[in-house]
Design a protein around this ligand. Structure first.
Ligand code: GCU
Length: 421
């Protein structure tokens, strides 16, 4: 029997559309979800059952390749020479609550590339190395804090005439614009550091953006398995982790990969590939993130590939109209985080990301956590709003819109306190 036959999830088919594709590329009608069969996580492509941790380690390596070949593209194996330059240290940031450091990561062999500018807040009170949340930001380091001396990013910004940018350049108005999503005070008061960098430092987020990012020097644009922007952002997170490993104020064994939305997709792919990440948090990562691809709800693979042709491997587009033929589904991506702690979060006002599909993605990682003697989510019941569930794998469906809120951070801090510290 193939692994596709072993795990059949049958959902009542009351509409004409099955297996993921509607003409508009999205669906908000649960009745139209249709039937789908997920690849069995514990049966390899040769139909062999995966029974032990050793079997899983082998199968895990195969799964990573399948995701690289078919979804995110192949992350270049070449190691890149980095130079870390500390550009500023403020011993008394955030009114004395934090030490703030800015570090630029230069690519020695590619001087034409801009550095990744990393902004780190450490809890001032701490006397020993601290765990750290590492997450890329959407609009430049100047936008996650109101501190006026953070330089405005000079990189390409989304929007020609928006609040955050003018002719694709950051504006003063953008300063502090996303402080709400980054409750740095709350994070450092709990004894964690926060490290962030603008995702556009690694690759500006538009179809031609790769010309000025890391993908202009690594990878091969003629190949169907060439890496996409999400792969590049994930790679960039690992380079920041390279730096964090050298910083004595950081507990390098406790670096948590966190991301929202498209950056959440990258945060999971980073944590899946790079086992130095101690845990992964996917906030409303949706299609191409935690949400099952085969579940026809919210955004579809076709819509994702059409709106954002640069995010994934070219080959992913071949599945636009035949999602059921993908050799993997997203529960298998999430399972690559195992046995490390994983948090998947949704918002009920963000049906585009498919909360139920994200929940099911988390749920179906269970067999791998069990191989390690751990309980993953430990429930099959979709929880009520604002009711976090789970053990080593956690999930919540927050009320409200597509966003990162204090409520989300409170859960992530508790999760880190209980499972990462
Ligand atoms: C779009 C996209 C999503 C993505 C989101 C975001 O809505 O369709 O897949 O997660 O942008 O990054 O905010």
């Amino acid at each position: 029997m193939t692994r596709f036959l072993l795990l059949a999830i049958l959902i009542l088919l009351s509409g004409p559309i099955a297996n993921g594709q509607g003409p508009e590329g999205y669906n908000y009608d649960e009745a139209k979800v249709g039937t789908y069969t997920l690849p069995d996580l514990l049966v390899n492509t040769k139909g062999k059952p995966v029974k032990t941790k050793a079997d899983w380690r082998n199968w895990r390596a195969e799964l990573l390749k399948l995701f690289a070949e078919n979804v995110y593209g192949q992350t270049p194996a070449k190691s890149v020479k980095l130079r870390f330059q500390t550009t500023s240290v403020d011993e008394s940031a955030l009114n004395g609550l934090a030490v703030r450091k800015q570090v630029s990561i230069f690519f020695v062999d590619y001087p034409q590339l801009p550095p990744i500018d990393v902004l780190i807040y450490f809890p001032k009170a701490s006397t020993k190395p601290v765990p750290v949340f590492l997450g890329l930001n959407f609009c430049g380091n100047h936008c996650v804090t109101a501190e006026a001396d953070i330089p405005l990013s000079t990189r390409w910004m989304m929007g020609e005439n928006s609040d955050v940018s003018n002719n694709n350049k950051a504006t003063e108005k953008a300063r502090g614009m996303q402080v709400r999503r980054w409750p740095i005070d709350m994070i450092v008061k709990r004894g964690y550091a926060l490290a962030t960098a603008y995702y556009g430092d690694i690759e500006p987020d538009y179809p031609q953006g790769w010309h000025t990012g890391i993908r202009s020097v690594l990878g091969d644009t003629t190949k169907a398995n060439n890496w996409g922007a999400i792969g590049a952002w994930a790679w960039g997170m690992s380079r920041i982790l390279d730096y964090l490993q050298t910083d004595p104020a950081i507990d390098a064994k406790r670096v948590i990969s966190i991301g929202h939305s498209r950056i959440g997709k990258a945060a999971v792919w980073a944590g899946a590939q790079d086992e130095r990440f101690a845990a992964v948090i996917a906030n409303e990562s949706g299609e191409g993130g935690a949400a099952l691809a085969r579940r026809y709800y919210g955004e579809t693979v076709e819509r994702l590939n059409t709106s954002f042709p640069h995010w994934f491997a070219p080959r992913y587009k071949a599945y636009n109209k035949r999602v059921a033929d993908l050799p993997v589904d997203q529960h298998e991506l999430l399972a690559l985080v195992a046995p490390r702690p994983l948090y998947v979060a949704s918002a009920d006002g963000d049906q585009w990301s498919d909360p139920k599909g994200e929940f099911l993605g988390a749920l179906h990682t269970e067999p791998v956590y069990q191989l390690y003697g751990k309980t993953g989510l430990g429930t099959t019941v979709f929880p009520a709003v604002n009711q976090p569930v789970g053990q080593t794998v956690r999930y919540h469906d927050r009320t409200g819109k597509h966003d990162v809120t204090d409520y989300d951070w409170e859960q992530y801090l508790r999760f880190a306190d209980e499972l990462v510290r």
